[in-house]
Ligand binder design. Structure first.
Ligand SMILES: [Zn+2]
Length: 441
């Protein structure tokens, strides 16, 4: 009989895996294993936990779906995703819609998954049900979400939702852009017949984001709710969150690879595939975001695809806003962080993409290479390169703002609970992904 099901031999240490868990971590393990993986010369990461994806299932699998989304994520080294509540049909705002989504995901995902519940006007009475179902948290929009059946939370809704969430020990995440400011500026642009990328950028200024972040922080202060600001686009946003934390509030924030590697000029050059909200900022803001990266808790992809037709509109305001990126979350970060200007060490990337996420969302079985945790691993070759090409994208629609970008690393193998789910372009054949939920005290 073997000591381990799988033994991963690395430069620093050997990792023994049994029954889907890390069983031993030691230098020069003498243990026997049914299978050995030679990972010498490779960077070994804990599996990435991407806490922000839109897979649009059920109801909109023509946009993405768990089958394609989970494969693209696995190819990028991600072993767990948290899926957002707004683009499925029905949206995930009550027990029944939650059950439908969980069943749909279990039927096709090759990676583990958690589910966000929505916080919208009129579903406050469903929050406890969503908590009992095991949502990772509640997601609210402070401006128009782009989905008619997922209305934004006005201040009164957000306050009451956060009050209930605090009682139930639920985390609330917000898309922080001011409805008042963005709506007014957008209406002004459209009334003047202005429709370009630059007009869109000007309709969503940083001021609109900072205003909403501060309002959310004030509500967290008032309600004592745990708050997570998703996709913060600037260093100044991170600064507001850090100040709130220094004040004793339980507030954290996320940023995304696109805010770290693309700027406003890229949105003009690339067009529709680079449209997102909050929009890309200028170079000075981006440099400031890198400088304040230690104030960021998590990095999620905010993978938000749509059918190609929705990206083809004469007016940039009408183009679907969302960047397809879950396949390159880790590789983009390693590549950009290795840049001489930034010098972010691999340990920081591990924290931002895995251990901090597990900690923030109370997933005690994940987020690190430690005995007893789920054996989720990603092996990255820093000597290999990848030029991002449409043919190698595993999304349902082969759109990416990063086409042609050369990355100085490559994910070579992804392991979920001890099983290889991605290697050399091949994937796990069965939907072995499982539902995960926050552990409660
Ligand atoms: Zn999103």
């Amino acid at each position: 009989m073997s000591d381990f099901d799988l033994l991963v031999r690395g430069d620093q240490e050997d990792i023994g895996i049994g029954e889907g868990k890390f069983a031993a971590i030691a230098k020069n393990s003498r243990g026997s294993a049914r299978e050995e993986v030679d990972a010498t010369g490779l960077l070994i990461f804990p599996g990435v936990i991407d806490s922000h994806v839109h897979f649009n299932e059920p109801g909109r699998t023509d946009w993405e779906g768990f089958a394609t989304g989970s494969r693209a994520s696995a190819a990028g080294g991600t072993t767990t995703v948290f899926e957002m509540p707004l683009n499925a049909h029905p949206p995930t705002i009550d027990g029944a819609s939650f059950d439908l989504k969980r069943a749909a995901a279990e039927a096709s995902t090759i990676i583990d998954f958690g589910l966000w519940g929505g916080l919208v006007p009129n579903n406050l009475h469903q929050i406890e049900t969503l908590r009992d179902r095991g949502v990772v948290g509640l997601k609210a929009f402070m401006c128009n979400s782009g989905m008619d059946d997922f209305p934004y939370a006005d201040t009164a809704t957000l306050r009451e939702g956060m009050r209930i969430a605090a009682q139930l020990e639920l985390l609330v995440a917000v898309h922080a852009e001011s409805q008042e400011i963005t709506h007014k500026l957008t209406a002004a642009k459209l009334s003047e017949g202005k429709r370009t990328v630059r007009d869109y950028l000007e309709s969503r200024p940083l001021e609109a984001e900072l205003d909403a972040i501060q309002r959310a922080i004030d509500l967290a202060h008032e309600t004592r709710c745990r708050l997570h600001i998703v996709h913060v686009s600037s260093g100044r946003g991170v600064e507001l969150v850090a100040a709130a934390r220094a004040n004793g509030l339980d507030v954290t924030c996320e940023t995304c690879p696109h805010y770290l590697v693309l700027i406003d000029d890229d949105m003009e050059k690339i067009g529709a595939p680079a449209k997102c909200a909050p929009p890309l900022r200028d170079l000075a803001e981006q440099r400031d975001l890198w400088k304040r990266l230690d104030g960021v808790s998590t990095i999620g992809s905010d993978h938000s695809p749509s059918p190609p037709e929705m990206k083809q509109r004469d007016s940039f305001f009408e183009v679907w806003g969302g960047i397809s990126s879950c396949q390159h979350l880790l590789s983009l970060l390693i590549d950009a962080a290795g840049d001489n200007e930034h010098k972010i060490p691999p340990q920081a990337i591990r924290r931002l993409t895995s251990s901090n996420v597990a900690h923030r969302f109370n997933l005690r079985d994940k987020g690190g290479i430690e005995v007893g945790k789920d054996a989720d691993l990603t092996l990255v070759d820093l000597k290999a390169t990848e030029t991002i090409a449409a043919e190698s994208l595993h999304y349902r629609h082969r759109l990416s703002p990063y086409l042609g970008r050369k990355l100085k690393n490559r994910v070579v193998r992804t392991i979920l609970r001890g099983q290889t789910i991605y290697q050399d372009g091949k994937f796990a054949e069965r939907p072995i992904g499982r539902f995960v939920q926050p552990q409660r005290p």
